[in-house]
Design a protein around this ligand. Sequence first.
Ligand code: NAP
Length: 275
Amino acid sequence: MNNQKVVLITGSSTGMGKETALILAKKGFLVYAGSRDPKKLEKLNTKNLIPIKLDITNPDNIKEVINIIKKEHGKIDVLINNAGYGLVSTVEDLDEKEMFDQYNINVFGLLRMCKEVIPSMRKENSGVIINISSFLGKIGLPLLTLYNSSKYAVEGITDSLRYELSEFNIRVHSVMPGFFNTNFAKENLVTNFNTFDEKSPYAKTVSKLAPVIVEQINNGNNPKEVGSMILDIIENDKFPARATIGEKAKKFIPMKKELSDEDFERRVKEYYNIG
Ligand SMILES: NC(=O)c1ccc[n+]([C@@H]2O[C@H](COP(=O)([O-])OP(=O)(O)OC[C@H]3O[C@@H](n4cnc5c(N)ncnc54)[C@H](OP(=O)(O)O)[C@@H]3O)[C@@H](O)[C@H]2O)c1
């Protein structure tokens, strides 16, 4: 066993997870890059990067991965909860499975990871947990109630865990990205069939908002920026509890803090030409 820091990232095959894994591996961390399809990462063949099959909906698989890492290295220094996807649906169109799946990945999956990693960090009296939330974890939008509320939950989990774990010297942070050009809009925005029916009573909102969101994600910031921020968080033990990154987060989060709820809502409606 040596002093190399061990990192585990969820959802690493694309986007922010992949870029973070590459940046940390290059910096000398030993990175376990979790993915439902680790073959995608094997092609990278990068020093310090170990692709590993990880499905955050499967508690047995999570335990197995943690045990492999602990057996090899005795510890996990950093957990990065990155895996997530977005459901685009009105609330009245939601079915049970859609509701459950959104929270199962974005919220329960993250909690399952924390639950399994915390005991080893607690024994080491050291650790960093970084939750990838979103600027949408602080603001609402139509059609994104499930996604945004799942990210609000991530914000709440971060705040509570910070209290729970500080006596064990475990830092917990949330990163709230604006829109970033990843695989998110291409493969990980799941749409509800009825919401996107042209006869839906919400058709006007769908036609105004959905293409703009997709366009803003595809023209968003570079996910490497998130990787660099995560490196900063790991290396700087005075890093703030939460950080915003990317143009949209920098625009909306301060505005949300400054304005009344109603004024903020008016600004968002004007900006997206909705409501
Ligand atoms: N892109 C944006 O504009 C944006 C903005 C704010 C926040 N975020 C958040 O940033 C995180 C990373 O997203 P990204 O933008 O990098 O998008 P991405 O390229 O689509 O990557 C998301 C990763 O999450 C995992 N994932 C997606 N759906 C999943 C499912 N049903 N079950 C298990 N894992 C699943 C996938 O990992 P594997 O396929 O490797 O398992 C995928 O590589 C997410 O939590 C997202 O909500 C994104």
